[in-house]
Design a protein around this ligand. Structure first.
Ligand code: ATP
Length: 267
């Protein structure tokens, strides 16, 4: 599979502090790449930098070419789903998904047949066609997550960057969202990059993993190469058992004691 997106030597400061210092990763066409690592290590920041939403040093390329500086042209290449994205105003589901077509609309901003087809396709794929007329604030968390994902899928961008799209979802919805992202990668030949905290879900649903370490190393490779007990202990500060259940990888954090207050938080 071909590298579609590459980010290298990304440096970035926020609030006067260096947050990223030489981070990078590649994402292949037709594959799901999981971006993992402990809280605060810089996963969201890296994704936002790559999406062009934060000024940064380093190099981001699409199929070997620098990304266009113009935001609409860039948005046609990179679809970005922010963490915990909500719509608080009473916009219908259909109109929310249609917002994903904005980078494609001409100067009059009028959607054409291609735009309408894209919205219908995405609403069917995400299972939200039956909710089309509902307003987003009236939806459940699981329904809203699918609508927000629908909005980004409607961009038809070849690269999808999704920041914790499964957060706060039940296990069934988590698997459905990941299956959708997989289908976008495999059937529509996109490169999908997804930030995940659930390491078993990452092991099960991702082809490649990128682990951001607290000491700023970046460990990239397939699931077996990255999800080792040694690397996970270094990354998260607790022990892990990496095993299989019915052939499905399972990554279990271990605690010497069952008392949660025995886990020490870092600085
Ligand atoms: N606007 C900001 N100003 C100053 N520091 C910030 C800002 N935004 C983020 N940071 C800091 O940057 C670091 C990386 O944050 P980021 O949200 O990228 O981490 P993350 O790996 O996505 O974390 P989590 O898993 O908790 O979502 C954190 O220490 C955070 O406090």
């Amino acid at each position: 599979m071909v590298t579609m997106l590459s980010a290298s030597a990304i440096t970035l400061r926020l609030g006067g502090r260096p947050i990223l210092d030489g981070a990078g990763f590649t994402a292949r066409r037709g594959a799901v790449t999981g971006l993992i690592g402990p809280n605060g290590v810089g996963k969201s920041t890296l994704l936002r930098a790559v999406a062009g939403l934060l000024p940064h040093g380093g190099d981001v390329r699409f199929e070997g070419q620098p990304l266009p500086a113009e935001s609409r042209a860039r948005a046609r290449l990179l679809g970005y789903l922010p963490q915990g994205h909500h719509v608080h105003w009473p916009l219908s589901v259909r109109r929310t998904v249609a917002l994903g077509r904005l980078p494609h609309l001409g100067s009059l901003g009028r959607p054409g047949r291609t735009d309408e087809d894209a919205v219908e396709r995405v609403m069917a794929a995400t299972g939200i066609a039956g909710l089309a007329a509902r307003t987003v604030p009236t939806l459940s968390g699981g329904e809203r997550a699918r609508v927000m994902l629908g909005r980004v899928l409607a961009t038809d961008a070849p690269v999808l960057l999704a920041d914790e799209p499964t957060a706060a979802l039940d296990p069934g919805h988590q698997l459905r969202i990941m299956a959708l992202l997989r289908a976008e990668a495999v059937e529509r030949h996109r490169a999908v990059v997804v930030v995940l905290h659930d390491l078993s879900l990452a092991a099960r649903c991702c082809d490649d993993l990128v682990l951001l370490m607290p000491d700023r190393r970046v460990i990239a490779g397939d699931v077996a190469a990255v999800l080792t007990p040694g690397l996970l202990h270094e990354a998260y500060g607790v022990s892990f058992a990496v095993t299989r259940a019915d052939g499905i990888p399972v990554v279990l954090p271990q605690c010497a004691t069952t008392a949660p207050n025995m886990i020490q938080f870092g600085d």
